[in-house]
Design a protein around this ligand. Structure first.
Ligand code: GDP
Ligand code: IMO
Ligand code: MG
Length: 425
């Protein structure tokens, strides 16, 4: 009963969707356990591009059961949009997609408050995706959230929208000077969403447990990434959930003993969308080149991604906090054509000491300077390579040193966006 977790090891967009899609071909069940439609996962199959936000990347296989666990925050409007766009492309979801009744619902005031609070922070905004993720998790922990169970029960939904909505309208108008919501209209709109979602509701904790006990191959699809984790990321420039491997258990409702293998996904360089520290960021022509060659523009918001060298300090941190068994390194092909490649091996602190560990606070990270090791680049087109042996010598050296620096075996190398463009070791 293999149960694999796939997690992001940097600031997101490492190509988790592609890795999940490849591994999902061998899986019976694919489970999402945290985050919401702030995620954007791209799957490319024979030139056909699918961009998924809430629905697990296993959905492209008709016999794979796709589950959305209790720890996910679900925007019903976007979710239905995703169901419809898959249906238009001939992909049926009913029957092999289930959502846990405990999953919290993103309400329209969450989206409004995400925008209003970001604007209120002025220049100190987080640069969120403005999908209402933070405010929905706030209500969950405040214990006043609306869950999928409520959404599909019109009387409960109406009562909860009236109570919570009144308070939200007060905050929106009196604190932020925004426009209130017409609660009757919200009740009408969300009741309709509830009707549509009812056939998708099922207890994901039970389904996952039963799948595990009957020897099924389970894949847990991480969204966001380690450096965006609310505790172990670059707080406060993080998301509001636990994208770590440990988050899978609480977000699905299964015990840690069910997990057999944990795979981290990284790019061969680093990117970040949104604000916050990025020690190896390249604010120059090389950074632009990586952005353009790699098509580094956000899947969810379309924002240009910030680009920089591979940072072994952050991936080493991810190897530790996730307990990684192996790494998938994507987009090695993007680095072709650069004369020199660099890897950050450690940070030099303002007092002259050197650390190999990612500092717990931004104030400590301030003034840290990356220590780099340089490598000769490669010019070959590697997109057709399918074995490690076929890679140019300089690529092999780069990967071997990267493995050594982060302390983890590289089991997969991405050489292009398509499902087939991968080297497995
Ligand atoms: P995710 O959020 O981690 O699933 O990643 P995204 O889908 O947001 O971003 C990764 C981008 O890189 C997508 O456009 C993928 O199609 C693309 N991609 C993934 N792996 C590779 C690779 O090995 N090479 C290239 N050139 N592109 C890749
Ligand atoms: P995937 O799954 C990259 C970032 C946002 C912002 C911060 C907080 O595609 O890797 P939020 O809307 O979550 O409150 O925003 O987190 N962020 C992501 N960056 N990939 C993602 O998901 C992200 N999800 C959130 O840009 O900096
Ligand atoms: Mg993404």
């Amino acid at each position: 009963m293999p149960a694999n977790i796939v997690v992001g090891t940097q600031w997101g967009d490492e190509g988790k969707g592609k890795v999940i899609d490849i591994l999902a071909s061998r899986a019976d069940v694919v489970v999402r356990s945290q985050g919401g439609n702030n995620a954007g996962h791209t799957v490319v199959n024979n030139g056909e591009v699918y961009k998924l936000h809430l629905i697990p990347s296993g959905i492209l296989y008709p016999n794979t059961l796709c589950l959305i666990g209790a720890g996910v925050v679900l925007d019903p409007k976007d979710f239905i949009g995703e169901l419809d766009s898959l249906a238009e492309r001939g992909l049926e979801t009913l029957g092999h997609l289930k959502v846990d009744p405990r999953a919290h619902i993103v309400m329209p005031w969450h989206i409004a408050l995400d925008g209003l609070s970001e604007a209120f922070r002025g220049g100190k905004d987080i640069g969120t995706t403005k999908r209402g993720i933070g405010p929905t998790y706030m209500d969950k922990y405040e214990r006043c959230g609306i869950r999928l169970f409520d959404l599909v029960h019109p009387e409960i939904l109406a009562e909860k929208i009236q109570t919570t909505g009144k308070l939200k309208n007060k905050i929106i108008t009196e604190v932020y000077g925004g426009d209130p919501f017409d609660l009757d209209a919200v009740i009408a709109e969300y009741t309709e969403y509830g009707k549509r979602l009812l056939p998708y509701m099922d207890d994901v904790s039970v389904l996952t447990f039963e799948a595990s006990k009957s020897g099924k191959n389970i894949m847990f699809e991480g969204a966001q990434a380690t450096l965006l984790d609310i505790d172990f990321g670059t707080y406060p420039y993080v998301t509001s959930s636990h994208p770590l491997s440990a988050g899978v258990c609480v977000g699905t409702g299964i015990g840690p003993k069910e997990i057999t293998n944990i795979i981290g996904v990284a790019k061969a360089y680093t990117t970040r969308v949104g604000k916050g520290p990025f020690p190896t960021e390249l604010d120059d022509e090389t950074g632009d080149k990586i952005r353009n060659v790699g098509g580094e523009f956000g899947t969810t918001t379309g924002r240009p991604r910030r680009t920089g060298w591979f940072d072994a300090v952050i991936v080493r941190h991810s190897v530790r906090v996730n307990g990684l068994d192996s790494l998938a390194i994507n987009k090695l092909d993007t680095l072709s054509g650069l004369d020199t490649l660099k890897i950050c091996t450690a940070y030099k602190k303002p007092d002259g000491t050197v650390t190999e560990h990612f500092p717990p606070a931004l104030e400590e990270l301030d003034g840290c300077v990356p220590v780099y090791e340089e490598f000769e680049g490669f010019n070959e087109d590697i997109s057709q390579c399918r074995t490690f042996g076929e890679l140019p010598e300089n690529c092999k050296k780069y990967i071997a040193r990267l493995e050594e620096l982060v302390g983890c075996h590289v089991s997969m190398i991405g050489v292009g966006p398509d499902r087939s463009q991968v080297i497995e070791r």
